[in-house]
Write a protein that binds this ligand. Structure first.
Ligand SMILES: [Cu+2]
Length: 70
């Protein structure tokens, strides 16, 4: 069990509300402790507990919203 840091580029955001939406949804994932998504930089940073969630789960949540993260 450890806190992991994740940085990913996000494709498909077209305004600040997109970044806010991604931030709110991924903040709601159990095990995610910190999120910052930047529309200007087209990327995001996450901190999560790898005992509770994974990079794959966070990516899936973002893809479910219609964006690509890698
Ligand atoms: Cu938007």
């Amino acid at each position: 069990m450890a806190i992991q840091k994740l940085h990913m580029d996000i494709e498909g955001m077209h305004c600040g509300a997109c970044a806010t939406g991604i931030q709110m949804v991924t903040e709601g994932v159990d095990g995610v402790s910190k999120v910052f998504v930047s529309y200007d930089a087209k990327n995001g940073d996450w901190e999560y507990d790898d005992a509770k969630t994974s990079k794959e789960k966070i990516v899936k949540e973002i893809e479910a919203l219609g964006y690509k993260a890698k």
